[in-house]
Ligand binder design. Structure first.
Ligand SMILES: *Cc1c(COP(=O)(O)O)cnc(C)c1O
Length: 371
């Protein structure tokens, strides 16, 4: 079976370094918020080209804590995308803030024109959480222009976009803060949960450091009502010593596979959504669009060819049952494009340990699915 991930092969490649990293943390006798986390945070900030990084327990927490550090309070409206991991919206909801959903363009990424329009019509929207979905960078110049024009606070959801740029600008660079995830399937994965907040803003950095650790400013002095959301030393060690040094190679391989899919997939029935023109994607996922009434047939066909496919994501977030229990808004333009996108989207395997032969198998299976 060709899976969406192959952690067996990844382990063969990383076992030796991973064990060495574990031994080193074990021997240090220090397991929470020590040298490993600090060293990883500065390596990550350097890699990303931002001033500060703060390791936290998950991508979800990274978004929630970023919003908190930038003053988002219960009842505040936060504009975001209806097509994303549920965690993007969940972070807003956990704060008691009100998500407002703007529609997406035909590639599933939030439409910055609709976002702008929504903010102009309702100036009580002071926060925006755009998502660089699939590893595609939203147009960073357009995002910067929106930020300049409307002075809205932006927290970029970069859980899928580490390594992606647009006009040479890395994702995460325009907003006041960026949030990322180290969930194992992500481009920079840990062997468990983890996440980070990245920022150029020293105050945001200090507040995030405090919030992740019970709101302490120093031992036993709590100035904020914080969280227990600490990246641990074992994960930080693995991230810095094992994953980060391989990240460029991994992203390069994802890009090679994407390039083959883009040139060699020729089936009219499987459409390849347009990539944002200025985006150099990190290709976290490879979405294709299938007519909704033929999705299950495609699924079965790929299964028969021993290929797993995914869905990212089958239900627009405002249509999730959990949303019936909380206040939210849909921007005046509606979210019909998002709903239609969700009905059609499936994802092909695109992980760095796929072989050329496996990539060919996937392409062949998609192309023969004609009927
Ligand atoms: C994975 C993901 C998250 C959440 O990250 P966790 O570490 O699983 O909490 C948030 N947003 C997006 C776009 C994601 O892909």
């Amino acid at each position: 079976m060709i899976g969406l991930n192959n952690f067996g092969r990844q382990w063969e490649d990383t076992a030796e370094d991973s064990v060495a990293s574990f031994v080193s943390v074990g021997k240090s006798g220090w397991y929470i918020l020590g040298r490993e986390v600090q060293d990883f945070e500065s390596s990550l900030a350097d890699y990303w080209g931002l001033s500060y990084a703060v390791g936290v327990a998950s991508g979800l927490d990274a978004i929630e804590i970023s919003l908190r550090t930038l003053g988002c309070k219960p009842g505040d409206k936060v504009l975001t995308s209806p097509v994303s991991a549920f965690a993007t919206t969940l972070a807003i909801l956990k704060l008691g803030a009100i998500p407002v959903f703007a529609d997406v363009t035909d590639n599933g990424l939030v439409d910055l024109d609709s976002a702008r329009d929504a903010i102009i019509r309702d100036r009580s929207i002071r926060y925006f959480v755009p998502v660089h979905l699939y590893g595609h960078a939203l147009d960073m110049r357009d995002l910067a222009a929106l930020h300049q024009e409307l002075a809205v606070t932006i927290i970029e959801d970069c859980a899928q976009s580490i390594g992606a740029t647009s006009h040479g600008i890395p994702t995460g660079k325009v907003g006041q803060a960026a949030a990322t995830s180290f969930y194992p399937t992500k481009n920079l994965g840990a062997m468990g949960d983890g996440g980070a907040i990245l920022t150029d803003d020293e105050l945001c950095f200090k507040a995030a450091q405090s919030l992740r650790d019970y709101g302490q400013v120093k031992k036993y002095q709590h100035d904020l009502v914080g969280y227990n959301s600490r990246l641990d030393e074992v994960q930080a060690g693995l991230l810095r010593r094992v994953s980060l040094p391989r990240l460029d190679t991994w992203i390069r391989r994802r890009r090679e596979i994407a390039a083959r899919y883009l040139t060699e997939i020729e089936s009219d029935a499987a459409q390849l959504p347009r990539v944002p023109p200025a985006s150099i994607s990190s290709w976290h996922l490879f979405p294709v669009l299938i007519a909704p009434d033929r999705k299950s047939d495609f699924w079965q066909h790929m299964q028969n060819h021993m290929i797993s496919i995914g869905e990212h994501y089958p239900i627009a977030i405002p249509d999730q049952r959990a949303l019936a229990q909380v206040p939210f808004e849909i921007a005046p333009g509606g979210i019909e494009q998002a709903r239609s996108f969700c009905r059609s989207e499936v994802s092909l395997p695109i992980h760095p340990y796929l072989t050329e032969a496996e990539v060919s198998t996937v392409i062949g299976a998609v192309n023969i699915w004609a009927g």
